[in-house]
Write a protein that binds this ligand. Structure first.
Ligand SMILES: Cc1ncc(COP(=O)(O)O)c(C=O)c1O
Length: 401
């Protein structure tokens, strides 16, 4: 184990990594710090390349204490898929999708939650609670149940049915709340104070970000220890974007990649775009977005505790934040499914829509190697009905089918 301490992402104040922690005293996320200098001499790229392609191959860069087993449901490395047809039509030289829908519970939330729950188990936590837009709650339920931790989950009333059902079926107690995810977050905060729940909200504990970080570690190795020119990430709480930015810094510190970084693009929905508004206003924080609405429920996050970390990564990388309409998200989902046979989730489709918009407005060049993130399997979302029928008792005009 190479963890040295936890660090406040705002003030740099140090915290003990050996016990359960929430936010820093400044109310900001804690980041896990490692002895990267020691790791640099001990491990080579080949060590990782030769290991089984799962999330756990990165164990030296993860916080699990020596001897503590991960609470695993089998977390495979996810594939990078080339969108040749749609990419070529847009004139792009290389358009890639990292397909996170292959993970347990069908979304990338598995990466963060398997890490948080594994650490929770190692640190003796008995009851975890969380606000969710759906996928995170499903992943928490699955992992916590698999190791006997009690779980209570709160989601907005209009969370997709499949998410609410899978949460309950996987052993958690789930409540639909008449509000948005930050309203649910307030209930969890009060439960923490009054009933001693462990608050597993995005960035309010230090370990989900470490799990999500593996997306960056993994894609760098998959690209031959290189990074793409641009990453489009559907941004709600931003754990993955912040995590990947941290991953690239750690990979450089241990000598696996150079100084090159992708431009990080935070993709949001036009009906809920606090990061885009703050990016354009040049501010460090992103105030709450009122009346948030979008079909991409995973990115319907009106206010994020890690706002300054998202904006910092986007700006340091010379990237940008961009909003796309629900109409463009639906059209993108249709286009990629019909042309590539790849069923994106609405949030993943938002990254494709944002990419096309950025090509049009010149913020991304056709020659850029671009990586989109599809964060969940499209099968978790309501699909359009098919009304075409065939009567097998009537003559069939095969040539017209
Ligand atoms: C499918 C999907 N995409 C994107 C996100 C946003 O992820 P993050 O919190 O890392 O910004 C979520 C979060 O719920 C999600 O479920």
């Amino acid at each position: 184990m190479f963890v040295t301490h936890l660090e406040c992402s705002l003030t740099g104040e140090r915290y003990d990594a050996g016990k359960a922690q929430g936010l820093s005293t400044a109310g900001k996320p804690l980041l896990v710090r490692y002895d990267l200098e020691a790791l640099r001499g001990k491990i080579t790229r080949k060590t990782f390349e030769e290991r089984e392609p799962t999330m756990w191959k990165w164990r030296e860069l993860l916080p699990l204490p020596d001897g503590a087993p991960p609470v695993s449901l089998g977390e495979p490395q996810t594939p990078i898929i080339s969108l040749d047809r749609t990419g070529a039509r847009a004139g792009a030289s290389k358009l890639l999708v990292k397909d996170e829908g292959r993970l347990p519970t069908g979304s990338f939330k598995a990466r963060g939650l398997v890490m948080a729950v594994s650490m929770g188990k190692a640190l003796g936590i008995k009851h975890m609670a969380m606000p969710t837009n759906g996928n995170a709650g499903a992943a928490l339920a699955a992992y916590a149940t698999s190791c006997g931790i009690k779980t209570t989950i709160f989601c907005p009333a209009d969370t997709p049915e499949v998410n609410v059902s899978e949460i309950e079926l996987q052993g958690a107690t789930v409540y639909r709340v008449n509000g948005l995810i930050d309203d649910c977050g307030k209930i969890v905060g009060e439960g923490k104070a009054k009933a001693g729940w462990f608050d597993t909200s995005t960035l309010k504990e230090p370990y989900r970000i470490e799990g999500k970080k593996t997306m960056g570690l993994e894609l760098a190795e998959q690209l031959g220890w290189d990074v793409p020119d641009v990453i489009f990430y559907p941004t709600g709480g931003g754990t993955g974007l912040i995590g990947m930015w941290k991953a690239f810094a750690e990979l450089e510190a241990i000598g696996f990649i150079g100084k090159k970084r992708p431009r990080m693009v935070a993709v949001q929905a036009a009906g809920c775009a606090p990061m885009v508004r703050a990016f354009e206003a040049g501010t460090e924080h992103a105030p709450r977005w009122e009346d948030a609405h979008t079909i991409a429920s995973g990115i319907r996050v009106p206010q994020a505790v890690g706002d300054f970390l998202i904006l910092r990564a986007v700006r340091e990388s010379k990237g940008f934040a961009i909003a796309v309409t629900d109409e463009k998200i639906s059209a993108a989902l249709n286009e990629v499914a019909r042309e590539e046979g790849l069923l994106l989730c609405p949030e993943g489709a938002a990254t494709y829509a944002a990419y096309r918009q950025s090509l049009d407005d010149g913020r991304v060049a056709k020659s850029d190697r671009v990586m989109l993130f599809n964060c969940a399997t499209g099968l978790k979302y309501p699909l359009p009905p098919v009304t075409r029928t065939l009567d097998r008792f009537k003559p069939i005009d095969y040539a017209s089918l």
